[in-house]
Every structure is written in structure tokens, then in C-alpha cells.
Design a protein around this ligand. Structure first.
Ligand code: GLA
Length: 378
């Protein structure tokens, strides 16, 4: 099965809709995927997170909330498929979901079967209300096996928050990606914590078909939506920095804002083809932390992601709150000979400077990034 050969791209209901997700919204998001060009840009999975469920199983089967999904789940999946998109759903390895709805512990096989019958293409599998004495690997392996046994290719998105180092066993239990941290929220502090601090050192564990997942994108939320996530909001510069890092990290690009109402700044970030190409690069390498310069407890960081064909993507990030910084990437620090002439393409400025040797320096504003594609000349 060739699932997740590049990091999954799509949308998830949690960040904006939380407990209020409905069939109508999911269908509207699917329409917006087509109208806005998100589908053409590669965004594919429409995922319904927690709170789609009724409070009780019926005949041992998970049941939908009839107010939110009056015709059930399958017609919604059919609608998503009719747009050429893929449909995802959410369950949990414990007895209940994090929101307290019935979940899959002890029902792994029947639930996987139900999801396959609904023609689900993606399962996000959470870690709340797990029974004592059963380890995470065992629980995730059970659902991995149950999904495989359905015969339907279903992308398995492990959401265990990194507590038990899922990067060590996620792929063995059939996972195509695994959350490496707790939940992101819509604030600069959260982006720094989850993205810059907690992803360092995790690059060796991911690759084609199995990806580190630093959680969903908060780009375009501007502090509105599910109160558990929508904490204050960010500036467009901060959202662009967030997106740039997620592209370098080969992270799943799961949009969390309401794509039916995106402003131009949000579109420009989420639809930038050169940024997406870095994320989706066929080599499947995860970006790594090259180094930092410290200024009174605030840093400028350099991250690099080797790309197929010998280019590298590099991010020069100014994490400081106060002022512009000069940030330099030395060719030697990313494996290039100092005398090697390279073309440097600045993704957000959409301009190329040719024939650079030794190093490249950019002036980067507070919380901003220079996202570069560095290509050695032949
Ligand atoms: C957990 C997950 C979130 C979201 C909620 C839903 O907190 O980490 O991503 O799925 O549960 O209740």
C-alpha cells in the first residue's frame, strides 16, 4: 500500500469547530477545497475530529450524532469523495474519546470494520481514557492490525502526544504519522514550544510513509474558533514562520482554520507552491536543527532539509521579540563545500540570487523567516 509517501495534506475540524462539527460544515469545507485551489495545491484529506458521535453504541457499533450528521457518516464520505478528496474520522485507543464519547478500546476490529464500510481513508487515533496496565504500543498495534485486516487503505494517524516516544514504534504498529507533542494552540508561544523546541532531534525517526506530526496548522485562525485552541491568535508573519517550519519538518499539513472564509494573507501562505514543494519533496527527509545564535535569551535558528536532486531547503528564523537580525547559513554547516556556487531562491519573496559561494545572509524581522531553496550549480 502506498499511503503517505509524502506528508499528508488536508484539513481537520478540531481547531475551529471543536464540539460543533456538522455534516453541513464538512461538505462546505469540501466545496471550499475546490473553489480556493487547495485541492489543486495538494490538500486532500478532510478529517472529522472528536464529537461526531452519539453518546452510546447501537448494537455494539459506533453511532453518529443525529443532530450533527442527520444522514449518517457514509453520505458525508461519499460527498467528500465526489469532490475527488479523501475522508477522515477520529477515534481513541481508550474507552472514551478525549471529549467523552464512546471510543475503540475492546472494539478495535468492529470499529475498523465500521470505518471501512463508511469508506474512511484516514483515522486519527487519540490516547484518552486508556485502561491501566496496557501499554501504548499494544493499544496502537491492535488498531493498526484491525485497520489492515479491513483491506482498505486507511492512513493511520497516531495521536499519543509523544508521551511514549511513538517515533520509536509508530511505524512498526502500522502508523503513517504520529503526534510528537501535546496540542498546539493559536499563539506564537505554542508555535515556538511545539515547533522549534520540541522537534529538535526527531528528524532521524521519520521518512517516506512515516512522519513526525507536530500537530495541526493554526495558520489563519486569528484567535477565533474552538476555545481550547484559539488562544489569542498570531500575526501573518508568525503564521508564515509556522508554515515554513512545518514545511521544513516534513510535517503533515493539516489546515485548522475555516477555509470557507480565508483572507488573502492566509491563502498566500497555505497555497505557496514552493513552500509546499519543500514539504512534499520526494526524498522525504525531515528538516534538522543546524544551529542558533543567542541574543539575551532569544535566538536566531537555522534549520535545513535535504531535498531530492541535491538542493537543500533552509530556514533562517528570528525568534526574538524585538528587532531585525542578520542571520547567516554557512555552506559548510549544511554539507556544501564553501567554494560551491549555489543559486538561492527566497520562497516568500519569490526571487533568486545566483552564484552565491560560502554562505548566505538575510536580514530577518522579529518572528519572521527567510525560507530558502539552495541549489548547487552544476
Ligand atoms: C486531544 C487531541 C486533539 C483533539 C482532541 C479532541 O486533545 O490531541 O488533537 O483531537 O483530543 O477531543
Amino acid at each position: 500500500m502506498t499511503i503517505a509517501q509524502t506528508p499528508p495534506m488536508g484539513w481537520n475540524s478540531w481547531n475551529v469547530f471543536g464540539a460543533e462539527i456538522t455534516a453541513e460544515t464538512v461538505m462546505g469545507i469540501s466545496d471550499a477545497f475546490i473553489e480556493t485551489g487547495l485541492a489543486d495545491a495538494g490538500y486532500e484529506y478532510i478529517v472529522v475530529d472528536d464529537f461526531w458521535h452519539a453518546d452510546q453504541r447501537v448494537n455494539g457499533r459506533l453511532m453518529w450524532d443525529e443532530d450533527k450528521f442527520p444522514d449518517g457518516i457514509r453520505p458525508v464520505a461519499d460527498y467528500v469523495h465526489s469532490k475527488g478528496l479523501k475522508f477522515g474520522i477520529y477515534s481513541c485507543a481508550g474507552s472514551h474519546t478525549c471529549g467523552g464519547k464512546p471510543a475503540s478500546f475492546g472494539y478495535e476490529e468492529v470499529d475498523a470494520q465500521t470505518f471501512a464500510e463508511w469508506e474512511v481513508d484516514f483515522l486519527k487515533y487519540d490516547y484518552c481514557y486508556v485502561p491501566p496496565g496496557v501499554d501504548a504500543t499494544t493499544l496502537y498495534q491492535r488498531m493498526g492490525q484491525a485497520l489492515r485486516a479491513t483491506g482498505r487503505p486507511i492512513l493511520y494517524s497516531i495521536c499519543e502526544w509523544g508521551s511514549n516516544h511513538p517515533w520509536l514504534w509508530g511505524s512498526k504498529v502500522g502508523g503513517h504519522c504520529w503526534r510528537t507533542t501535546g496540542d498546539i494552540d493559536d499563539s506564537w508561544e505554542s508555535i515556538v514550544d511545539i515547533g522549534f523546541i520540541r522537534q529538535k532531534g526527531l528528524d532521524p525517526y521519520a521518512g517516506v510513509g512515516h512522519w513526525n506530526d507536530p500537530d495541526m496548522l493554526v495558520v489563519g485562525m486569528y484567535g477565533s474558533g474552538n476555545p481550547q485552541v484559539a488562544k489569542g491568535g498570531c500575526t501573518d508573519i508568525e503564521y508564515r514562520t509556522h508554515f515554513s517550519l512545518w514545511c521544513l519538518l516534513a510535517a503533515p499539513l493539516m489546515i485548522g482554520c475555516d477555509v470557507r472564509n480565508m483572507n488573502q494573507a492566509t491563502r498566500d501562505i497555505l497555497l505557496n507552491p514552493a513552500a509546499i514543494a519543500i514539504n512534499q519533496d520526494a526524498l522525504g527527509r525531515t528538516g534538522y536543527f543546524v544551529g542558533e545564535t543567542l541574543y539575551a535569551y532569544q535566538s536566531a535558528e537555522v534549520w535545513a532539509k535535504p531535498l531530492a536532486g541535491g538542493s537543500l531547503a533552509v530556514g533562517l528564523f528570528n525568534l526574538g521579540d524585538m528587532q531585525q537580525r542578520r542571520i547567516t547559513v554557512a555552506w559548510e554547516s549544511i554539507g556544501l563545500h564553501p567554494q560551491r556556487a549555489c543559486d538561492v531562491y527566497d520562497v516568500w519573496r519569490d526571487e533568486t540570487i545566483g552564484g552565491i559561494k560560502g554562505s548566505f545572509t538575510a536580514y530577518v524581522d522579529s518572528h519572521d523567516v527567510a525560507l530558502l531553496r539552495i541549489t548547487p550549480q552544476p
